[in-house]
Write a protein that binds this ligand. Structure first.
Ligand code: PLP
Length: 390
């Protein structure tokens, strides 16, 4: 295994913060009981789960009882969508967007095969959503509007408070996939006014394999995983105790660091972006500059294939990506960039840099030292490609 690289792929996953590891360890080594057991070695853990529930609830300004722990963002998203359909059996229409994560898109495609109808809202060339079009798409049989808060590929933000207000005025449930927004922007479910919100631990320095679904109080709910009565019957399955404790600690850290870290990360990202654009001819940004996550920069490099760039970056010990980690390996150009009107060639020539709280100025310098020569080398080796428009 290689040692730790220069890591600019924090939207794919983050490392586990040392403070989080420290908080988790006793629950892997000493207190490994089952919280549902009758004896204290087990049931004493229930109080620890409640503290973690309180911490993640604070991160999004929810009440602890509105939180259901899950195994990941994907499970949370699938659960919210199917719950909205199960609790409103006469409503068989869902609205989402063309740029959602595959956790939403693939589930919606599956529902279409089962006879449900789905509207995929288009986006503008800057990645933004047309709210008038959303309003026009809402029908009497619309069960749910599910739209992401922040796009994982471009970082572009959707105006979730306005979206939720529109849904409320039409009596339609609203879910937001806030997986990428957590720890990078302030999340407040009261201000948003959504009925459901999904988060994932491994995007905010907690381990993989833990997530949450916020369910607004009094919202009718139908569990996806049925079994034991964990999570007050809202999600069967023995709790992933250590990871939930870690998620709670990560949420506390995220809240403490929100402003300072994001200001620092934003400055790093802005420098990375502006210096790349200045140094490399034929480079440009995909998506709006604002409103956008402070850590994400999606850049197109005319006349080269992202695959080649990523390979040479990897050889230099730098991690970046050409889109969602969940679609890596697919030959199709990014569905997000294509939905924004990019040509397939431009989409295939685009790289996402996503920074995190452990990135440094020196790492940005290191990238800036290597990237221009990488692009030049690829262009020299592919003269025919470089004449294609992107
Ligand atoms: N939603 C978005 C926007 C994501 O970026 C991701 C992961 O990349 C997910 C959902 C899925 O989260 P998980 O990997 O926890 O299932």
């Amino acid at each position: 295994m290689n040692s730790v690289p220069v890591y600019f792929d924090n939207n794919a996953t983050t490392c586990v913060a040392p403070e989080v590891v420290e908080a988790m360890l006793p629950f892997l080594t000493q207190y490994w009981g089952n919280p549902s057991s009758a004896y204290s070695f087990g049931h004493q853990l229930a109080a620890r789960l409640d503290s973690a529930r309180g911490a993640v609830a604070s991160l999004i300004s929810a009440e602890p009882r509105e939180i259901v722990f899950t195994s990941c963002g994907t499970e949370s998203i699938n659960t919210a969508i199917q719950s909205a359909l199960q609790t409103q059996p006469t409503k068989r229409h869902i609205i989402t967007s063309a740029v959602e994560h595959s956790a939403t898109l693939k589930f919606c495609q599956l529902l279409q095969k089962r006879g449900y109808q789905v509207t995929y809202l288009p986006v503008a060339s800057d990645g933004g959503l047309d709210l008038a079009q959303l309003e026009q798409s809402i029908r009497p049989d619309t069960a749910l509007v599910s739209l992401m808060l922040a796009n994982n590929e471009t970082g572009v933000l959707f105006p979730i408070s306005e979206i939720a207000a529109l849904c409320r005025s039409k009596g339609v449930l609203c879910h937001t996939d806030a997986v990428q927004a957590a720890s990078k922007t302030r999340l407040n479910v009261q201000d948003f006014g959504v009925d459901f919100l999904s988060l994932s631990g491994h995007k905010l320095y907690a381990p993989k394999g833990v997530g949450l679904l916020y369910i607004k109080r009094h919202t009718r709910f139908h569990a996806l995983l049925v079994g034991g009565s964990q999570e007050r019957g809202r999600r069967g399955g023995t709790e992933n105790v250590a990871s939930i404790i870690g998620f709670g600690r990560a949420a506390e850290l995220a809240l403490d660091r929100l402003e300072t870290e994001n200001n620092r990360v934003r400055a790093l990202r802005d420098r990375l972006e502006s210096e790349i654009l200045a140094a490399i001819p034929g480079s440009s940004r995909n998506g709006a500059a604002e409103p956008r996550l402070p850590n994400t920069s999606n850049l197109a490099f005319e006349g080269v294939e992202a695959e080649g760039i990523l390979l040479l970056l990897d050889q230099a010990g730098i991690c970046a990506s050409s889109g969602s980690a969940c679609t890596t390996g697919s030959l199709d150009p990014s569905h997000v960039l294509v939905a924004m009107g990019c040509s397939a060639a431009r989409a295939r020539a685009s790289i996402r840099f996503s920074l995190g709280i452990y990135n440094t100025d020196q790492e940005v310098d290191y990238l800036l030292q290597h990237l221009p020569s990488i692009i030049e080398k690829l262009r020299v080796n592919a003269p025919l490609l470089s004449s294609s428009t992107v």
